[in-house]
Design a protein around this ligand. Structure first.
Ligand SMILES: *Cc1c(COP(=O)(O)O)cnc(C)c1O
Length: 424
């Protein structure tokens, strides 16, 4: 320990936040939490103080294998040295400018995203701070999508049952779950939810009053449900015919999560727009709306949308560093290998009835409603997993998860299921 003049203690010459937070046990922190933080998240499962790669440690010193990765956010695990040093160096060079100005990292990241998504000429990027903001921007884009029959504005937007697109009012209108929506109605109008994965229902719902169709290639919050093969292609054909935009929400599935840069890549279609966020900044908050082609990219004109923080130099540097590390560490190959290994291992576990997903976005169902108890048993045994439903477990680990780490979870799972059933 040494001293920074006027700033309290430092470690290794670098100031630490603990100078300002104080320290405590997990139980002490949770008492402070419950008296100071809004209750929207319930009681946090643990107080985490440190991470490295796929491991995190709580305030009581217990170690966990992080198989949730901040819900598909920590693409390169925790405290990745390259991403960390790029962020620190950018912050020490230029941390923020208003959007009256731009910066090299913002421009280079936009170029990189257009290249990675094979965007045609005229395609453009708008940066946000989160997934919901990217979908808000997409919602506004949809409202600008020209007119339908007899010059009437296109007001209808189609989304799917089970959809999750975020919590702000526009994105919430696109989100299907009644419990999230009902307390906040009226929501922005015109959104219709149609049955999941049903091509006939989609074709019946689309006409020239439809501004846009929003789809997640794999529904994450609904328990990792992939759209059936052929659905995206059918959606592309139907939207093109009706002049509606096809907007893909790849906030959870994008940036290598499935072993491809985009989950929709295999469908061989060009959507009108894609939204990204979660994994993009490798843990730093950033989102993006990408619009494909010139017409869609000019629907939002000067002054029609904006953001203070979106696209700031530090966030865009973090994303550039994340994308660079994913490429140079051959992370996509790791996702495919470890994902296959995990999914086939899970399918062989007694009590697992179905395994879904792609790459390292995995959902599996259990033969009893014990998923929340499995989450708790996991924490006790040093594994972080998530239960999006009463009998569904979701894994969205760092994309750098090793086969050995995946194997450790597979070896532990039978006992976790047994503990969960015993405590139920
Ligand atoms: C998480 C998520 C969002 C919302 O992102 P936030 O950053 O939490 O606002 C939107 N769409 C999908 C598919 C998501 O998984």
């Amino acid at each position: 320990m040494n001293e920074t003049p006027g700033a309290g203690p430092t470690v290794d010459g670098a100031p630490k936040a603990s100078v300002m937070t104080g320290t405590g046990s997990g139980a002490e922190w949770l008492t402070r939490y419950s008296t100071s933080l809004m209750g929207v998240f319930g009681t946090p499962q643990r107080v985490l103080v440190r991470g490295a790669g796929c491991l995190v440690w709580d305030a009581d010193g217990k170690e966990y294998l992080d198989l949730l990765g901040g819900i598909a956010v920590n693409a390169l695990g925790h405290a990745h040295p390259f991403v960390t040093s790029v962020i620190a160096s950018q912050l020490a060079t230029l941390g923020h400018v208003s959007n009256f100005f731009t910066s090299p990292t913002q421009i280079a990241l936009a170029e990189k995203l257009l290249a990675l998504t094979h965007a045609p000429a005229g395609s453009k990027v708008f940066f946000t701070n989160s997934g919901t903001e990217a979908n808000e921007a997409a919602f506004k884009l949809a409202r600008r999508n020209g007119t339908g029959p007899a010059g009437a504005p296109r007001t209808k937007i189609i989304a799917l049952e089970g959809a999750f697109h975020g919590r702000t009012m526009g994105a919430l209108a696109l989100t299907a779950k009644e419990a999230y929506r009902a307390p906040f109605e009226p929501l922005p109008g015109g959104v219709v939810h149609i049955p999941f994965g049903d091509v006939a229902a989609l074709e019946a719902a689309i006409d020239e009053t439809v501004a846009a169709v929003f789809l997640e290639p794999i529904q994450g919050e609904a328990g990792v449900r992939p759209l059936p093969a052929g659905y995206l292609r059918a959606a592309r054909e139907a939207t093109t015919k009706a002049g509606a935009l096809l907007i893909l929400d790849e906030v959870q599935t994008g940036i290598g999560r499935t072993g491809k840069w985009l989950a929709s890549e295999d469908a061989g279609i060009v959507p009108d727009s894609i939204t990204l966020a979660k994994g993009l900044g490798g843990g730093f908050p950033i989102g993006a709306l990408i619009t494909f082609g010139e017409r869609v990219s000019s629907l939002l004109g000067a002054g029609q949308h904006g953001t203070t923080f979106g696209g700031n130099p530090v966030a865009t540097a973090a994303a550039l560093a994340t994308l660079h590390a994913i490429e140079s560490q051959r992370v996509l190959e790791n996702v495919a290998t470890v994902g296959d290994y995990l999914r086939s291992g899970l399918a062989a576990v007694d009590g697992v009835t179905e395994v879904r997903g792609a790459g390292l976005l995995i959902g599996f169902d259990l033969d009893a409603d014990v998923a929340p108890a499995v989450v708790n048993a996991g924490l006790e045994s040093g594994f972080i997993v998530n239960s999006p439903g009463p009998r569904t477990i979701r894994l969205a680990p760092p994309l750098v998860l090793t086969t050995d780490q995946a194997g450790a979870f597979l070896a532990a799972l039978p006992a976790l299921l047994q503990t969960a059933k015993d405590t139920q």
